[in-house]
Design a protein around this ligand. Sequence first.
Ligand code: FAD
Length: 320
Amino acid sequence: MILVIAEHSNGSLKKSALELLSAAKSLSEKLGGEVVAALLGQDLSGAASELAKYVNKVIAVEDAALADVRAEPYTTVLTNLAKELEAKAVLVSASKSGLSYSARVAMRLDAPLLEDVTSLDVEGGQVIASRFSYLARVTETVKALALPIVISVKPNIFPVAEASASGTVDKKAADLAASDDRVKVGEKAAAKTGRVALDEADIIVTGGRGVGSAEGFTKLVEPLADALSAGIGATRAVVDAGWRPYSEQVGQTGKTVAPGVYIALGVSGAVQHLSGMNRSKIIVAINKDADAPIFKVADYGIVGDVNEVVPALKEAVSSL
Ligand SMILES: Cc1cc2nc3c(=O)[nH]c(=O)nc-3n(C[C@H](O)[C@H](O)[C@H](O)COP(=O)(O)OP(=O)(O)OC[C@H]3O[C@@H](n4cnc5c(N)ncnc54)[C@H](O)[C@@H]3O)c2cc1C
């Protein structure tokens, strides 16, 4: 049996949960056993019934101590679940949250840990995975010699599972001890951008050095992104210049994204950038240099100055 930990936020499943389910499904076909998805948190009914459209069995563990993702209570609940269900593999997202508990769960289960994997296979009953190392300059193949195994899966690599199930939802108590609850989350000051998170966005507008300045982002990138309800991305050149935060960097040393539409404004298309966005379904590039490498991967391209093309594009989108 393969146990998947489904991440959710404000009552909705995260895209990574559906990616884990497709990774788990292909693993279960080779390793044997059914896929079971676990949801941890509070007030899970909405997310649980959504999840049941993708997998035959959902386990919802509700407890006030699980309302925020904290390594200690999550580790205890997941370890207990994995033991009780005799999981062969536990799949978590290699998100900041997932990485906060995956190694602890592996320790408690005395299980091998494969981290941040980009592919999964099984040979002779052993799980083999790929992952990037050395700032993604090297792709390693790693093999786990024992089961059970804990695997954290890199977001935006595996395809999103399709809704084809009408599964059951079982509720379970968290069964936590006081020693599982030693770190409290205090005040939360969330950045109020109102924009969709980069790794969840179905449309991304990314600005490169060709946007010119931090003000260029405010003048060109943000209005177009808002008109399209899109997330905002940036190249490393832009982040290094201090125009945008690192959380928006797309590429080898930033985030890997795979939206339906990726719009690159003034981005040259260096390999390190392409490796983070080349799984996007449709790529649109606007660059004044007709020979810019980004046009080699673009489905649609406009050769022109972003200062002229982007405002016109934004007007066209707003008038739809
Ligand atoms: C180990 C390593 C890791 C890296 N990781 C990353 C990473 O994660 N992500 C990343 O993005 N990069 C990464 N890089 C850097 C990468 O090699 C490039 O330097 C970077 O992506 C370039 O950013 P850019 O396209 O914004 O800038 P540039 O390469 O300077 O390109 C700017 C583009 O804008 C165009 N332009 C200029 N003015 C206009 C205008 N007015 N209108 C239209 N077009 C215009 C130009 O023709 C040009 O094509 C990494 C590099 C290394 C060595």
